[in-house]
Write a protein that binds this ligand. Structure first.
Ligand SMILES: *Cc1c(COP(=O)(O)O)cnc(C)c1O
Length: 394
């Protein structure tokens, strides 16, 4: 017996659910790539992307996934032999560091483990020890999608400034933009990156790199810059085709335009509050389950949890068993465990982008059914707690 028929739900941290508006606008014949509507729509995307990021800086667009933006961002500020400082709080910043290493950049990694945020004291010591200013940039993730930790970007900026260190602050907001509050200029990020398929509700394939005037100045001495990655013509093209160094990703641009319109129509504050409210339901369920068994949020402190994704510890193979059960019996795919061993001992719930209360409550309810069916010890009342959290927040 299965209850999986009906529309399948991909509750993973990207690619996220695509709104009908995004899908509909992409269903069209090839547009003119020289003049007319596409050019205007692209211009509107650039304007909206700056509002979304909270910056007066520039944005360059790439035909790329998140990994591509890691390389694009590094290429514009680094030279071979430069050093970058990686703040590891899960898996993704280390991945960015691996990309740097592959480009001939020296990488110094501070590991903070899988269950918490950045230890600011250690960052401060590292910057203080770098008396000759060898560290060209500090790399951090706003949200690490593997551990689901939310890191404090403004606090790292304050440390760099306090140490009088010249390093640029580069932030990966691939999981968090459009979900967790992020304001590039107010938080003091010099470079920020994201991709289209998470909070931005658009198919994978577009990558974005925002940069401020400090980062633009640093680019003048960077030797990793290539024709394709150079962010100058992309941000300020003298001809339309230079936006993408060739043929534009026509249909993605239409999809992105629709998605950005939806986000800005809802309002950034409302979008962040919605994600916070839905995350609150997930956390309430986890608290209840944890009262009678080993299921718990990977990040213990709610202040350091992302509102876009939640990593859930489910030991002794329960993580894999729950994923298998909800997929086969209830029509939901959960996010796999990533970056920790054994990986079957946890799973992730994506609650980013085009999600609402019935989607999140549905996911929690079928996980609750899985715990019962699989006889995994757990506290009762999780669905009750989650609906209570939604009722209170609404
Ligand atoms: C998803 C993600 C990436 C990688 O993006 P891809 O599009 O899969 O290359 C990098 N960093 C973070 C924080 C992510 O969530």
């Amino acid at each position: 017996m299965t209850f999986a028929n009906g529309r399948h739900y991909l509750a993973i941290p990207g690619p996220s659910v695509m709104p009908e508006e995004v899908l509909r606008t992409m269903h069209r014949t090839a547009p003119n790539i020289y003049t007319g509507e596409l050019v205007d729509v692209t211009r509107a995307c650039v304007r909206d992307l700056k509002v979304l990021a909270g910056t007066q800086g520039d944005v360059a667009m790439y035909i790329a996934n998140g990994h591509g933006t890691w390389e694009a961002a590094l290429a514009n500020v680094c030279s071979p032999g430069d050093r970058v400082l990686v703040l590891g709080t899960g898996r993704f910043c280390q991945g960015w560091g691996d990309t740097a290493e592959g480009m001939g950049i020296e990488v110094e990694t501070l590991e903070f483990g899988f269950a918490g945020t950045v230890d600011l004291g250690r960052v401060e010591e590292t910057l203080a020890a770098d008396t000759v200013g060898r560290i060209r940039a500090v790399l951090m993730v706003h949200v690490d999608t593997a551990s689901s930790v939310l890191n404090d970007v403004a606090a790292v900026r304050a440390l760099i400034d306090g140490a009088g260190h010249p390093a640029l602050l580069m932030v990966d907001c691939i999981a968090s933009l459009g979900c967790d509050r992020f304001e590039m200029d107010a938080f003091g990020a010099d470079v920020m990156i994201t991709a289209s398929q998470k909070g931005l509700m658009t198919p994978p394939g577009l990558g974005f790199v925002w940069f401020n005037s400090r980062a633009a100045a640093a680019q003048a001495t960077a030797k990793c810059v290539t024709r394709n990655y150079d962010w100058r013509p992309r941000a300020n093209p003298e001809r339309y085709y230079r936006h993408f160094n060739g043929t534009a990703p026509t249909h993605h641009i239409y999809g992105l335009h629709a998605a950005l319109g939806m986000i800005l129509d809802e309002g950034l504050e409302a979008v962040w509050a919605r994600h916070r409210g839905l995350a609150g339901a997930v956390w309430a369920a986890l608290d209840a389950w944890g009262q009678g068994g080993p299921i718990r949020a990977n990040i213990a402190d709610p202040a350091h949890r992302s509102c876009a994704v939640t990593a859930v510890c489910a030991p002794d193979g329960a993580g894999q068993a729950i994923q298998d059960w909800v997929k086969a019996k209830a029509g939901v795919t959960l996010g796999i465990g990533l970056g920790r061993t054994p990986e079957e001992d946890y799973f992730r719930i994506g609650h980013m982008g085009h999600v609402n209360a019935h989607m999140v409550l549905g996911v929690l309810a079928v996980i609750d059914a899985a715990l019962k069916a699989l006889e995994i010890p757990h506290g009762s009342g999780a669905v009750e707690a989650a609906t209570g959290a939604i009722a209170a927040a609404a």
